[in-house]
Ligand binder design. Structure first.
Ligand SMILES: *Cc1c(COP(=O)(O)O)cnc(C)c1O
Length: 395
């Protein structure tokens, strides 16, 4: 067992955090505890367990030894003190936000947010009487001008879904804290490995663990990572919603985490090479990859991140839908679908219409999102080349 008080490097943390074989008969991975009832040996023992119930095993919905092992690893990876596993990434977004707002409050949401996060503000939050202002993801310190006395949360996501604007998190944190609001970040793109938002002042980090942590396109899982200070509200929100994560999925999340750093290295290399290849093609307008200077906010990626994952977008020169369809439909190695972060490559034309109210977007140029998987890069490039040839032939 590793010394929990010692700070290890990020790769060591990924391998060892939350591991406790001697407490489970030497099994290296934690058993999957399928539990609803937890039987207590006495009234006194039950009272004691309930008193410390944020760490104890008291009822299946509040966590199991399997979910707790996953949460311990999650907190360590993100550089937080506590974490709560929930049933999906979207559940993590919603439970984290609801922890800090009530009727009459106001939140700020980036204009290029993951679409269901945006819908949360227009749906649940609006019904609750919480008002939302959408802001330009590149606003930086300018967010101070949008702060109101009742602004409780500034929601960030960096880089943003589909359009990859990288946000100036320290500047946003500074303005939010001065105005008395907390900052929540959706940190899924970096997988918590290439960006440590809590070290940059963010209060709560949210992971769609479904993506890189699970890593094999087969389980839905979310996680909320924060400090001891904010944890009681997160815990209460998750308890009130009853949205605990299933033990098998926590097991898969923890198992996926153990190989996260090596998988990400290949996703990063393949993503960089593929994006570079796309950037040189005449039918391509530009690539939206945080490591490229054509990506808005690239300077913040360079300043704050230690690497890039495998997800980026390609903005094509204006071309009809039929040509885009011809490119996508014949691809052999890229599956057409969402939920990136698995081992395989993906493609997904973005449908951004109607998703922006605070910023402009040029809809005449199709934006296609790619996830670079773990395949051989030459094969990925050849398949993409054939795709662009089909696009050009159908244009
Ligand atoms: C996929 C995703 C989510 C939601 O995760 P699910 O597990 O699918 O609910 C949230 N944020 C981002 C950025 C995502 O890509």
């Amino acid at each position: 067992m590793t010394d929990k008080t010692k700070k290890y490097g990020p790769n060591t943390t990924i391998v060892h955090a939350g591991s406790d074989p001697q407490n489970q008969r030497g099994a290296v991975n934690p058993p999957v505890y399928h539990v609803s009832t937890v039987a207590h040996p006495s009234m006194d023992a039950m009272r004691e367990a309930r008193l410390g119930s944020d760490r104890n095993f008291v009822y299946g919905r509040h966590g199991t030894p399997t979910s707790m092992a996953f949460e311990e690893a999650a907190a360590a990876i993100e550089g937080g003190e506590r974490a709560k596993a929930v049933s999906s990434g979207l559940q993590a977004v919603v439970a984290a936000t609801l922890a800090f707002v009530e009727r009459g409050d106001h939140i700020l949401m980036l204009d290029s947010a993951y679409a269901p996060s945006r819908r949360m503000t227009e749906g649940i939050l609006a019904k609750m009487g919480v008002e939302t202002t959408f802001y330009d993801p590149l606003i930086g310190a300018g967010i101070a001008e949008l702060m109101r006395p009742n602004t409780k949360v500034v929601f960030t996501e960096s880089p943003a879904s589909h359009t990859f604007e990288v946000q100036d998190i320290p500047a946003i944190v500074d303005a939010a804290h001065k105005g008395g609001a907390l900052v929540i970040i959706d940190n899924t793109w970096s997988a918590g490995h290439y960006f440590k938002p809590l070290a940059h002042g963010a209060d709560v980090s949210v992971q769609a663990a479904t993506k890189y942590w699970v890593g094999h396109s087969d389980a839905m899982l979310g996680c909320i990572i924060t400090s001891e200070e904010h944890f009681p509200k997160i815990r209460a929100s998750v308890a009130a919603l009853g949205c605990s994560a299933a033990p098998d999925d926590c097991y898969l999340g923890l198992r996926g985490i153990r190989t996260l750093s090596v998988r990400l290295e290949r996703h990063e290399q393949n993503g960089l090479k593929l994006a570079e290849w796309f950037a040189g093609q005449p039918s391509v307008d530009r690539v939206l990859h945080p490591a490229f200077d054509t990506c808005p906010g690239h300077e913040f990626w360079k300043r704050d991140f230690t690497g890039a994952s495998g997800l980026f977008s390609v903005v094509l020169n204006p071309v009809g839908q039929k040509a885009v369809d011809a490119m996508v439909d014949g691809l052999e190695l890229y599956s057409l679908g969402g939920s990136w972060g698995g081992y395989e490559s993906l493609v997904l034309p973005s449908s951004l219409e109607g998703s922006r109210t605070a910023t402009e977007w040029d809809f005449s140029k199709p934006c296609v999102r790619f996830h670079a998987g773990l395949e051989d890069i030459d094969d990925l490039i050849e398949d993409a080349r054939a795709g662009l040839n089909r696009l050009n032939a159908a244009a």
